[in-house]
Write a protein that binds this ligand. Structure first.
Ligand SMILES: Nc1ncnc2c1ncn2[C@@H]1O[C@H](COP(=O)(O)OP(=O)(O)OP(=O)(O)O)[C@@H](O)[C@H]1O
Ligand SMILES: [Mg+2]
Length: 463
C-alpha cells in the first residue's frame, strides 16, 4: 500500500483529502505545517507527498527541498492557491512531480497520484535494471546480486588466475556450466580452447576414447586414429561435466592426468603430455558417492582442491526478480520486453524453483512465446507456481512436486486437508449429490458418507 503524506495548514482540506485517500486504499498521514511534516518524513518512508505551497513557518518549496534531502525517492505534488503559479514553477524545480491549483477535483488528484506512483515505480525498476546491467557483465552473462552469488563471483575471480583444479557443485540448472565458462574466459588460458565433455551423455565404452583418443584398429570400428578431448584442450581448459557419472576405470585414468598431465590413447603405448586445466562439475553428492564406493576417494580429493558450490535459487530469492527481467529481455529479442504485474512477480518469487535457473528460463521463454499482450499476470502462470491445489477432478494424476516448509508439516493433517478438498470439490461439482460425488471419487457411497460425517462437512444433499 502506498503511503501518502498530506501537508496543508487548512484543516478542512486536510480532512477532506485524508478521508478521500484512505477510501482509495492509501496509507495516509497528515501534517499541518512543514515542521510536523519533517518529523514524519524523518520517521517513516513516504511514497508521495501532497504539499501546500503557502504555509506559515516553512513554505512548500523549502519543505520539498528538505523532504527530498531526507528521502530522495519521495514524489511531491504541490497544491497551490490561485495566483501562486510562479512558486509552483519553483516547486517543480525543487523536485515536485506536478502541481494542482486549488480548488481541485478529487478525481483529478486521484488520477495524478496514480500516474505519479507508477512513474516512481518505473524509476525504481530502472534503477534495478541499471544495477543488474552493471553486475551482469562482470562474468560472462551471470545474473544475480545475492550474497551467495557474490561469493561465487569472488571465488571465480580468485581461481581464474590460477591453474588449480575446481570442482563445481550445485543442483541441476543452477549455472554450473556458466561458472566453468566464466573461470576459463577470465583466466590466462582464455585464448586457448575450452573443451566441454558431458560424462553422463557419452556411453561409457566411448567415453574413454572420446577423452583420450584412440589408435586406428584399437577396437572394432576404430577405423582411423582419433585425437582425444584432452589433446584438444592442450594449453586450455577441459570441463568435465557430470563427473559423478564416470566409471571407476576411467576415474583412474583421469586421476593420472591430474597428477602427471600424461595419458595414453586407447590402444597406444605412446604417452601424450598435455598442459590442461581441469574443471569438473556434478549435481551429485560426491562425499556420499565416495562412501558408497562409486567414486574414488583419491580422485575426489584431487578434484576438490577448490570447491565452488552454487546454492539453489530458493536459497537466494533476491536473484529471482533480476533473473526474470534478464530472461524477459533476452526473449524479447531486442523488442520492448514484456513486464510482470507485482502480483505475478510475488508468486514467481515465492515459488521454490526445483529446476533452478534453467526452469525459470524455460518458463519465461514459454510465456513470452505464448503470450500476446505486454503484461504478464497471475493468470499466465502455471498452477505449480500459483501453489494452487489441483482441481479435485484431476487430483489423481497430479504429478507436481511438493515442497515441505522448513518447520515441517503434519502428515496426517495435510492428507486430511487434501481429502476434505477432494470431497468438497466433488460435492460442489455434483451439486451436493453424494451418489454422484462418490462415483467421481471412485468411492463407495457409504465410505464417502462416513468421511463426510467424520469431517462434519456441511453439505446438504440436493437430490
Ligand atoms: N546466474 C545466472 N545468470 C543467468 N543465467 C543463468 C544463471 N545461472 C544459470 N543460468 C542459465 O540457466 C541455464 C542452466 O545453466 P547451466 O547449464 O550452467 O546449469 P547447470 O548447473 O550446468 O545445470 P545441469 O546440472 O542441469 O547441467 C543456462 O541457460 C544458463 O545460461
Ligand atoms: Mg550442466
Amino acid at each position: 500500500m502506498a503511503r501518502i503524506l498530506i501537508v496543508d495548514d487548512e484543516s478542512a482540506i486536510r480532512k477532506a483529502l485524508e478521508r478521500f485517500l484512505a477510501g482509495a486504499n492509501y496509507d495516509v498521514l497528515s501534517a499541518k505545517d512543514g515542521e510536523e511534516a519533517m518529523e514524519i518524513v524523518e520517521r517513516e518512508t513516504i511514497d508521495l507527498a501532497l504539499v501546500d505551497l503557502v504555509m506559515p513557518k516553512m513554505d512548500g518549496v523549502e519543505l520539498i527541498h528538505r523532504m527530498k534531502r531526507a528521502q530522495p525517492a519521495i514524489v511531491p505534488i504541490v497544491l497551490t492557491g490561485f495566483g501562486t503559479i510562479t512558486s509552483a514553477v519553483e516547486a517543480m524545480k525543487a523536485g515536485a512531480y506536478h502541481y494542482l491549483t486549488k480548488p481541485f477535483e478529487l478525481d483529478d488528484i486521484a488520477a495524478l497520484i496514480a500516474t505519479a506512483l507508477e512513474h516512481r515505480q518505473l524509476k525504481e525498476e530502472n534503477r534495478l535494471l541499471k544495477k543488474e546491467l552493471r553486475d551482469k557483465y562482470r562474468f560472462e552473462n551471470m545474473v544475480g546480486t545475492s550474497d551467495e552469488m557474490a561469493s561465487v563471483y569472488d571465488l571465480v575471480e580468485k581461481v581464474a588466475e590460477t591453474d588449480s583444479t575446481v570442482l563445481i557443485t550445485g543442483e541441476s540448472g543452477t549455472g554450473k556450466e556458466l561458472v566453468a565458462r566464466a573461470i576459463h574466459y577470465n583466466s590466462p588460458r582464455r585464448d586457448k580452447p575450452l573443451v566441454v565433455v558431458n560424462c553422463a551423455a557419452i556411453p561409457e565404452e566411448l567415453l574413454e576414447s572420446e577423452l583420450f583418443g584412440h589408435m586406428k584398429g584399437a577396437f572394432t570400428g576404430a577405423i582411423a586414429t582419433h585425437a582425444g578431448r584432452f589433446d584438444a584442450a592442450d594449453r586450455g581448459t577441459i570441463f568435465l561435466d557430470e563427473i559423478g557419472d564416470m566409471s571407476m576405470k576411467l576415474q583412474v585414468k583421469v586421476l593420472r592426468v591430474l597428477q602427471e598431465q600424461r595419458f595414453e590413447p586407447v590402444g597406444s603405448t605412446t604417452t601424450h603430455e598435455v598442459d590442461v586445466r581441469i574443471i569438473a562439475a556434478t549435481n551429485q553428492d560426491l562425499d556420499r558417492a565416495v562412501h558408497e564406493r562409486r567414486f574414488r576417494e583419491d580422485l575426489y580429493y584431487r578434484l576438490n582442491v577448490i570447491p565452488i558450490h552454487i546454492p539453489p535459487l530458493r536459497e537466494r530469492t533476491t536473484d529471482i526478480s533480476l533473473l526474470l527481467h534478464h530472461f524477459l529481455e533476452k526473449f524479447a529479442f531486442g523488442k520492448e520486453p514484456k513486464s510482470l504485474t507485482p502480483a505475478a512477480l510475488e508468486r514467481l518469487t515465492a515459488y521454490s524453483w526445483p529446476g533452478n535457473v534453467r526452469e525459470l528460463e524455460n518458463l519465461i521463454e514459454r510465456i513470452v512465446v505464448l503470450k500476446k499482450d505486454d503484461v504478464i499476470d497471475i493468470a499466465d502462470l502455471p498452477a505449480k507456481i500459483l501453489g494452487k491445489a489441483p482441481p479435485a477432478a484431476h487430483a489423481a494424476d497430479e504429478s507436481g512436486e511438493v515442497t515441505i516448509p522448513e518447520h515441517g508439516i503434519s502428515f496426517k493433517k495435510a492428507v486430511g486437508d487434501f481429502e476434505t478438498k477432494l470431497i468438497e470439490g466433488a460435492l460442489k461439482q455434483t451439486g451436493g449429490n453424494k451418489n454422484k460425488a462418490a462415483t467421481l471419487l471412485h468411492l463407495n457411497r457409504t465410505t464417502l458418507v462416513e468421511k463426510i460425517k467424520k469431517k462434519r462437512l456441511d453439505m446438504s444433499e440436493q437430490e
